[in-house]
Write a protein that binds this ligand. Structure first.
Ligand code: NAG
Ligand code: NAG
Ligand code: NAG
Length: 217
């Protein structure tokens, strides 16, 4: 092959590699790699447990059988099936969650920095929304059986607008998508975000700032 065309081929392969790498977790190089959670995480995920000690139980996750613990603050809760709780998904590039919402409950505005998400409404009636980077709100009330996709990294939420409990199953294309709540990040961080920053961001005084902070304390 002529040098020019091999350089072109190499650049194309590098571009394809980079493009695939930014869309979800990297592809595994083995059939499975059940995480050894006792090892400290490496640069990108956990090392594999010895394959001869792996059993069918490593491929099954049962924590989503029961409803999530509901927090009084949001009247909602989540069971996360990330690699930290379900080591069998290590290196496989996906995870799941179960969301339970009492009437008027909300999974408050948050982002997943490392994953695109799909939410499937299994029960109830849910006001589901996305705000894009250019501040467009895409929102809709979803009913049983309906699905919404939430592009990676965008702020989104789900709120129960029905009379009964709502239940949502979420799938994410990262084994550890990260969940960053907007309110808690700004008002519930430790150490605190300085008053001056919050005053200049939300145009509120320190009395209001302290009121909101106390909710997250
Ligand atoms: C994995 O476990 C098997 C059975 O106990 C053992 O024979 C083998 O040496 C182990 N492999 C490694 C890499 O530790
Ligand atoms: C719910 O709370 C109990 C008691 O604190 C805890 O043992 C359990 O792991 C929690 N469940 C989830 C899914 O977080
Ligand atoms: C709150 O803001 C007022 C007005 O800027 C200031 O005088 C006061 O010292 C601040 N209080 C605290 C606890 O930071």
């Amino acid at each position: 092959m002529a040098p020019a065309s091999s350089i072109l081929l190499l650049s194309t392969m590098i571009i394809a590699f980079l493009a695939s790498g930014v869309l979800s977790d990297p592809d595994p190089l083995q059939d499975f790699c059940v995480a050894d959670l006792t090892a400290s995480p490496g640069v990108n995920g956990f090392p594999c447990r010895n394959a001869s000690s792996v059993t069918v139980e490593d491929f099954i996750y049962r924590e989503m059988v029961n409803p999530a613990n509901i927090t009084a603050m949001n009247r909602a809760g989540a069971v996360f099936g990330t690699v930290l709780r379900f080591p069998g998904i290590n290196t496989l590039g996906l995870s799941m969650a179960r969301l339970d919402l009492l009437p008027e409950g909300i999974i408050a505005p948050h982002t997943h920095p490392r994953a695109t998400e799909m939410v499937y409404v299994e029960e109830g009636s849910v006001y589901a929304a996305i705000v894009t980077a250019d501040n467009r709100l895409f929102a809709q009330v979803l009913s049983r059986g309906e699905v919404m996709v939430i592009p990676r990294g965008l702020i989104h939420w789900q709120m129960n607008v029905g009379r009964n409990n709502a239940k949502i199953i979420a799938a994410l294309n990262s084994q550890l998508a990260g969940t960053q709540f907007v309110g808690r990040s700004m008002f519930g961080s430790s150490p605190q975000v300085p008053d001056e920053v919050l005053e200049k961001t939300f145009f509120i005084d320190n009395t209001t700032i302290n009121q909101v902070r106390s909710v997250f304390a």
